[in-house]
Design a protein around this ligand. Sequence first.
Ligand SMILES: [Cu+2]
Length: 157
Amino acid sequence: MESKMKLAAKLSILAAGLLASQFAFAANCSLTIDSNDAMQFSTDALTVDASCSEVELTLTHSGTLPRNAMGHNWVLATDADAQAAYQDGMQAGIDNEYVKPGDTRVIAYTPVIGGGESTTITFSLDQLEVGGKYTFFCSFPGHFALMKGQFHVTDGG
Ligand SMILES: [Cu+2]
């Protein structure tokens, strides 16, 4: 009798865990990407579901170099706009997080962080289309060549 109850309790915990993980998986609205002292992002592709009302993105920097030497940010633009937004961002300087103030080509961006730091932003997918061509990149001067990737919006529903 006692063991049956224990089993039932275990099963219900397992079921709750499965439900929670399936829910989190279905709505892929939370992203984490790491950066390092070797001028690299941890991935070259990120995917979110179009049903996300907001995307939460966390950028971490697992290196040790300071923000002004090996700082990284995460900037999102269309493939077509990315290069120009990067060029203008570099010019804007670190005080502007290497993003031109008011740049409408920039869909979302994080501040520039140094080694050991992390930053989290949330942004809406209102401006983005399923299957659109989007590039994420770091706009720290000289980093664009190595630090970029594709951002996909999928219709998982
Ligand atoms: Cu960088």
